[in-house]
Design a protein around this ligand. Structure first.
Ligand SMILES: Nc1ncnc2c1ncn2[C@@H]1O[C@H](COP(=O)(O)OP(=O)(O)OP(=O)(O)O)[C@@H](O)[C@H]1O
Ligand SMILES: [Mg+2]
Length: 366
């Protein structure tokens, strides 16, 4: 990623049941779609101004399934664009007309990021909706996405301490979403959606797939299966049933990528049939074996007890049965404990005792 014209990772898009996130209150996403009532805190920009500030959409920062992301500039008041190189830098995402993710995801992004503010969510400044053009204007994240720092050749490897603080930032962001009244499910957690500021603070971007979670007696919401191969939870891919535990699984994948420095799907390093999760799972709960999965670019510079704690936590998050995965707030507490405690012997918080995992020989790609 980061080279602007890479192919975006394959996304799952199986039709199952209809996308039926149940609105839980007036400010639900479904209500928003019908009313198109944009959040008042967002600024509305002209297409021609955004075109000028990005040098006619030439200053590319990256590309995803939605379209390209460009660097642009705003006046200090953040309301008007200015000439390239002056004022405050911003990132401008332009929806491709033939985008797979499409208009509905653009709306979801405006809905969620328009009203949610948290230090671990990227700030949406405004949008442009002029004839067929759909654009979004965000705070600029100088260090780009985590994916570039973990997997791109020639990039300085990030230290163990930085990796842990990134994991904590991500866990804090997801925990914030899950603990809202509407139990928002992010649904697209992956290394390319974790953006880093100049101090490597992590912020979640891309709320196009986010949905209000189940409330009351509902145990899940039923959706069309969308997301990214390797990161989506197996039960969600199989049934379309979405819960906050789907995000916990994706978090386990990201944690594994932080530990190993390997991509969840990498045919060159892991072989065609194997995912990072398949490969690493047997080592994660093994006190000695776990060191075999660690990123060699760390040069052994990590506290072994903390590594074992983080790997055990990833193991829990990646449980095939969602009910044995921990809650995100417990994931956050465990990571903070591992990060802050000098005595890294403290074992991670354990969720309900789970039956032993049987190896799954029916590997499947979605
Ligand atoms: N606010 C931002 N500041 C700086 N760079 C950004 C910002 N938003 C996105 N980028 C860059 O643009 C790239 C593309 O982002 P985008 O979210 O469109 O695609 P993606 O996450 O790679 O794929 P997908 O569409 O599947 O989510 C990012 O990986 C990042 O390098
Ligand atoms: Mg993204």
């Amino acid at each position: 990623m980061g080279n602007c014209c890479r192919r975006p990772p394959a996304r799952c898009a199986h039709a199952s049941s209809s996308d039926s996130a149940k609105p839980s209150n007036k400010s639900s996403f479904s209500a928003f779609q019908s009313e198109l009532s944009f959040s008042g805190s967002l600024k509305s920009f002209n297409y021609s101004d955004l075109k000028t500030t990005t040098r006619n959409f030439r200053d590319i920062l990256g590309e995803g399934g939605f379209g390209c992301v460009y660097k642009g500039w705003l006046e200090v008041n953040m309301s008007t664009s200015t000439k390239p190189g002056s004022g405050i830098a911003v990132a401008i995402k332009k929806l491709k007309l033939e985008s797979f993710q499409g208009h509905k995801e653009w709306l979801a992004e405006v809905f969620y990021l328009g009203q949610l503010r948290h230090e671990n969510l990227v700030k949406l400044i405004g949008y442009c909706s002029e004839s067929n053009n759909r654009l979004l204007v965000y705070e600029f994240m100088p260090r780009g996405c985590l994916e570039n720092h973990l997997f791109r050749r020639g990039v300085q490897p990030i230290s163990w301490t930085t990796r842990m603080s990134i994991a904590i930032g991500v866990a804090r962001g997801i925990s914030f979403l899950h603990n809202l009244d509407t139990h928002v499910i992010y649904r697209d957690l992956k290394a390319s959606n974790i953006l880093l500021d100049s101090d490597f603070n992590a912020k979640l971007s891309d709320f196009g797939l986010a949905r209000d979670g189940p409330t009351g007696d509902n145990t899940h919401i039923s959706t069309r299966v969308v997301g990214t191969q390797g990161y989506a939870a197996p039960e969600y891919v199989a049934t379309g049933h979405l819960t906050t535990k789907s995000d916990v699984y994706s978090f386990g994948v990201v944690l594994l990528e932080l530990l190993s420095g390997k991509r969840v799907m990498d045919e060159d390093k892991l072989g065609f049939e194997e995912t990072l999760v398949d490969w690493a799972r047997p080592f994660l709960n093994d006190i000695r074996g776990v060191l075999r999965i660690m990123d060699t670019r760390l040069g052994g510079q990590y506290p072994k007890k903390a590594v074992q704690g983080a790997a055990a936590l990833a193991f829990q998050c990646l449980h095939t049965d969602p009910k044995y995965r921990p809650l995100m707030k417990d994931v956050l507490a465990t990571l903070e404990q591992l990060h802050n405690s000098k005595d890294t012997r403290t074992p991670p918080k354990t969720p309900p005792r789970a039956p032993p995992e049987r190896p799954d020989h029916r590997r499947r790609r979605h």
